[in-house]
Design a protein around this ligand. Structure first.
Ligand code: GLC
Length: 787
């Protein structure tokens, strides 16, 4: 059985795989496969790239970000040694020349299956959990009644360092490739690494790794030079070495460094054979050879694949959500969690954006995901890690690079507050108050408790206000694209006022907050509330910002960009709007911003760049933050709808931008139906409703939280799990199994049958309150609520 089938593919019955039956998808439909250090992205065409630790500073293989051609990757060719015919087991690089082709993207692996005449192939790509390499497990089967003499060729281009290495002729002079015949492995090293580090080391240090490419059988030949392999004026589509069926067995320095292994094999009629290719990088040639040798053994490879698959299934099944909505269930029981962890927290890279750095606010927000799947210690680790990227004066790094550990001191107004925001959520989930006393160093020396780190951030945020008491926006707030509004230190942010109120009040309510601070923070929040309502109410909605010159952004008088979503939704979330204004603000948002495919970030989009606003206004109208649906902010709208207007409003909105549902119209939607896109084009774009920037988006974790907290109404509070029981009209029930403080809560909410009494039962006993009793760790309280 298939689920949500469209003309390109469908979800497998168990939801664990997305199966692409026609790889000519409207845009690349990719998978991000990574452990904590090593990973790769692979598209449905078989293209993509690999990295170690940092996908931009430490790229292992070369790739060109051309999503239309999508023809850079690490490829395999299969050649019939008798006829000379050759093809690829993936759509690229040889094109759709196979009788049947199917791609199965799973959590932690992708499989490419093809059949050509009597030969079938299945290539499984994955990353072992505990090694800095990837494996390509090739299975070939001869369905015919004569032997098949075959040649297998692999091909990839080394990059070995910072990407893109735009001056290719320069960079290739530093790379050395070697073939180690004893181990049957190609090795590649580089004696220069372009890292953003202090002057003496800049352009004056070796790449600190040795890359390798090997196979489970001894190669019959190899290539280390691009000219040899593809031929002068050749191409990966028709490489010279494969056409001829020969390798050149040549590597060394001053080549055009690539890696290709050539394997000969004969398959008897009915025979199946497995061959493994490995590719990776370690700190030394010796360690690389060791890793190459480890994965020559097929048993070891299968065990590694099995562990990787089991690991991911164990992670994504730490919550279970069953509702009558198929698309929702598919996103909720695996894909969103997988996207947030593999794509945002581990890999931090994808196809539309190749990253590798840490964003102060970005990965902190992403790490909220762990709270929903029973791994709060990971959220705490992220809190420590980010706190260690704060200066003694309270300012944080906007982003920083692992490896180089350099970053950008933040001039954004909001960054530093996310530390407290995430700590509040962590404490609500765990009750682990002692964590706030953990000592964490500052980026520039000295140390303080986590709580003190947060307090420093508050002091800075409270200080940075305009004469009329509104927060300054500075180089931008959550919305990076508003980067020219307040650079001179006068422009204000209304969103920041709402957000700051949220965090101040949230902090004041914590048991770790002393009463004097609590009182002060509540007073500050009240003052902000008064200021925002006195100055920032525009009649029917809140304006978004004021520029250094005092010009309003997101106001009726604005020629374009008249209303912004965040300024309305956060007035509800932050509690800054009174009931009447909240209602009015959200009604205006609905009227001006809600589209059938999601709520726009602002409207109408800027048709001409406004130098006083920033690059947001420079995107094409309707694209990304310029009046598209920005999924991250759209998730907050779901939470605001729930708070203000209840379950139906939240569910209706959540569904409008559910990828699995939008994927039913794939030629318009274009993005992967199984992961969140960063944005969906707005009404002024060429194709309204088209998804873009998939995978690498903070909306994966937020969309999941918008579902659990917002639609299902199950929220961790300091005093227990709060269930605001309600059902949208389309549902007669739903069931959630969620971990909270070590107990597995099994919660069913259902509509009473005619004549049946409504009730709330916890383990069979009546329970009148919203907040469930805190159960013993390891127990499995059963909650049944009949409405
Ligand atoms: C990007 C940035 C994120 C920012 C958002 C909105 O996703 O990575 O930090 O909040 O855009 O501008």
């Amino acid at each position: 059985m298939t689920q949500l089938q469209n003309q390109y593919g469908y979800f497998s019955d168990d939801g664990k795989e997305y199966i692409i039956t026609d790889p000519q998808t409207p845009m690349p439909w990719v998978n991000v496969i990574a452990n904590d250090i090593y990973g790769f992205v692979v598209s449905q065409a078989g293209s993509g790239y690999s990295w170690h630790t940092h996908a931009s500073l430490n790229r292992v293989t070369r790739w060109d970000q051309d999503l239309i051609r999508d023809e850079w990757g690490k490829y395999l060719y299969i050649r019939d040694a008798e006829s000379g015919e050759y093809w690829s087991p993936t759509l690229q690089p040889c094109g759709a020349s196979n009788d049947a082709q199917q791609v199965r993207h799973g959590m932690g692996y992708s499989v490419f299956e093809t059949r050509r005449d009597t030969l079938s192939s299945a290539v499984t790509y994955f990353v072992p959990l505990d090694a800095t390499c990837e494996l390509w497990l090739v299975r070939l089967e001869n369905h015919g009644d004569t032997p098949r003499h075959l040649q297998l060729y692999s091909y990839l281009e080394w990059l070995l360092g910072a990407a893109p290495d735009w001056h290719r002729e320069f960079h290739r002079t530093f790379i050395d490739t070697q073939y180690n015949a004893e181990h049957g492995a190609l090795l590649a090293t580089k004696v220069m690494w372009e890292l953003p580090v202090p002057a003496k080391a800049h352009w004056n240090q070796p790449w600190a790794y040795a890359a390798f490419h090997s196979a489970s059988v001894t190669p019959a030949g190899f290539d280390g030079d691009k000219r040899d392999f593809i031929g002068r004026h050749g191409s990966v589509h028709q490489p010279h070495a494969v056409i001829k069926g020969q390798s050149h067995n040549h590597a060394g320095r001053w080549g055009d460094p690539i890696a290709s292994l050539h394997i000969d094999l004969t398959l008897a009629p009915g025979e199946t054979r497995e061959i493994v290719f490995s590719l990776g990088a370690t700190e030394s040639v010796e360690a690389s050879l060791k890793l190459a040798d480890r994965y020559k053994d097929l048993g070891t490879v299968h065990a590694a694949l099995d562990s990787a698959q089991k690991y991911w299934q164990s992670v994504v099944t730490q919550i279970s959500i069953q509702t009558p909505d198929t698309a929702l269930n598919l996103m909720a029981n695996g894909w969103l969690v997988y996207q947030a962890i593999a794509g945002r927290l581990k890999g931090r890279t994808a196809y539309y954006q190749t990253g590798g750095a840490f964003g102060f606010r970005d990965q902190l927000q992403d790490s909220l995901l762990w709270l929903l799947i029973g791994q709060p210690e990971k959220t705490l680790a992220q809190l420590r890690f980010h706190a260690a990227h704060q200066y003694k004066d309270g300012i944080v790094l906007h982003w920083w690079h692992p490896i180089a550990d350099t970053g950008m001191r933040s001039d954004y107004s909001d960054d530093l507050l996310w530390l407290a925001f995430v700590l509040i959520h962590y404490l609500h989930e765990t009750g682990d108050l002692a964590s706030a006393d953990e000592i964490v160093p500052f980026y520039d020396g000295d140390q303080a408790t986590l709580k003190e780190h947060c307090m420093l951030a508050f002091e800075v945020a409270l200080r940075r206000r305009s004469p009329r008491g509104l927060p300054l926006i500075l180089k931008g707030d959550w919305n990076d694209g508003l980067n020219a509004v307040g650079g001179d230190g006068r422009g204000e942010s209304v969103w920041m006022a709402h957000f700051l109120c949220y965090v101040l009040r949230g902090w004041a309510d914590l048991p770790i907050c002393d009463s004097a601070t609590a009182e002060r923070f509540r007073r500050e929040a009240d003052a902000l509330t008064a200021a925002v309502n006195q100055h920032a109410w525009d009649g029917e909605w809140y304006w978004r910002a004021s520029t250094d010159d005092g010009v309003l952004v997101g106001a009726k008088e604005s020629p374009e960009g008249k209303i912004f979503l965040n300024a309305q939704t956060w007035s509800v979330l932050g509690g800054t709007a009174d009931a009447q204004r909240a209602k009015q603000a959200m009604t205006s948002a609905r009227e001006h911003l809600y589209m059938p495919y999601g709520p726009l970030l602002l409207a109408p989009a800027y048709s001409v760049p406004d130098p006083n606003i920033g690059y947001l206004s420079r995107y094409a109208p309707g694209i990304r933050e310029n009046g598209g649906v920005y999924s991250h902010a759209a998730c907050w709208a779901v939470l605001a709808e729930r708070k203000l207007n209840g379950v139906q409003a939240a569910y209706d909105l959540w569904r409008t931008f559910c990828p699995a549902r939008r994927g039913e119209e794939p030629d318009v939607y274009a993005g992967e139906p199984y992961v969140m896109p960063g944005n969906i084009s707005g009404p002024l774009a060429t194709v309204p409703g088209q998804a873009g920037w998939t995978w690498y988006t903070g909306s994966a974790a937020w969309y999941f939280r918008a579902l659990v907290d917002g639609v299902l109404g199950i929220e961790a509070r300091l005093n227990g799990l709060r269930v605001q029981a309600a059902l949208p009209k389309e549902w007669d029930h739903f069931q959630v199994k969620r971990l909270y403080r070590g107990a597995w809560y099994d919660i069913t909410i259902r509509r009473a049958k005619p004549g049946e009494a409504t009730q709330r039962l916890v383990d069979g006993a009546a329970w009148a309150e919203d907040v469930l009793p805190i159960a013993k760790a390891g127990s499995t309280p059963v909650v049944v609520i009949t409405l």
